[in-house]
Write a protein that binds this ligand. Structure first.
Ligand code: ATP
Length: 270
């Protein structure tokens, strides 16, 4: 169960091979983060799940069903999608933006709005914002609206393409915490794309470190990857040898304080 990539390849018409033979299973009810530098094929892989990109060869299966056998429109309706700049419709209010996937799925207006309001509250937004237009919200609020829209139809699978990439670090951290909280309640199968390794380690149950062409440098839990980087590329990418990751314990006033290689405190041992 989950999402399975089988020997997937994508060569675009101009000859660019974005993904070259990718095989992996993404377990259901958990978060898999695809992380790598710009252009390594993350977005291409993500979009194959809802057929926004069709593989040149190979297949993608959701719960053992090849997505190629599903109608694209129906498939997309059954999968939540959250993108970097929220992708909200500027001339529709927040509540109508969130209700859009339901309306497209044939839910009547009153019911769609009722469920949209629930989703708005679920992502930690003040329901009073529901009547505003996207431009009247902060970047962080807009991203929350994007997440609410992704969740409103209660999909099993949620695709998130750098959803927190365009907000400042403090808001970003709030959004990450909120997503962790939501996921604890909801247990969706999440595919999350980022180029930020710290975000990947924070959010991912499974982390996939990609090199150019969607080649897998390493797959594992954050702990496994940090403990044993598969090669120099991974070690550099995760900063395994940097001061920030090289922690040690000091006893201060009877408590064990964890410090980095510069002696800066990172936390307290429980
Ligand atoms: N429609 C397209 N036509 C041609 N080449 C494309 C197309 N879409 C993506 N590519 C190329 O495929 C490669 C992978 O692109 P992709 O967007 O999947 O990377 P990414 O890892 O998501 O990058 P970023 O982090 O910059 O979004 C890149 O070299 C990109 O230029």
């Amino acid at each position: 169960m989950g999402i399975e990539y089988r020997a997937v390849r994508k060569t675009f018409p101009d000859g660019t091979t974005a993904v070259d033979d990718f095989s992996l299973t993404l377990p259901s009810h958990s978060t898999t983060v695809l992380v790598g530098s710009s252009g390594c094929g993350k977005t291409t892989l993500l979009r194959m799940v809802n057929r926004m990109v069709e593989p040149t060869s190979g297949s993608v299966l959701i719960d053992d069903v090849d997505v190629a056998r599903r109608k694209p429109v129906e498939l997309r309706r059954s999968i939540g999608y959250v993108m970097q700049h929220a992708g909200l419709l500027p001339h529709r209010t927040v509540i109508d933006n969130v209700a859009t996937p339901l309306r497209l799925g044939g839910v009547d207006r009153v019911e769609a709005r009722r469920r949209a309001l629930e989703a708005i509250e679920q992502v930690g937004l003040d329901p009073a914002l529901a009547k505003r237009y996207p431009r009247q919200l902060s970047g962080g609020q807009q991203q929350r609206v994007g997440v609410a829209r992704g969740l409103v139809a209660n999909p099993n699978v949620l695709l998130m393409d750098e959803p927190f990439g365009a907000v400042d670090p403090i808001v970003r951290s709030e959004l990450q915490t909120e997503l962790l909280r939501l996921q604890q309640d909801l247990g969706k199968t999440i595919v999350f794309v980022t180029h930020d390794i710290d975000e990947a380690f924070l959010l991912g149950d499974q982390v996939v470190i990609l090199e150019r062409g969607g080649r897998i440098a390493q797959v594992g839990t954050p702990e496994e990857i940090l403990a044993a980087p598969a090669n120099d590329f991974v070690a550099r990418f995760v900063g395994a040898d940097t001061a920030k990751r090289t922690l040690s314990v000091r006893t201060v006033g009877g408590r064990q304080v964890v410090v980095d290689a510069h002696g800066r405190p990172a936390g307290v041992l429980a």
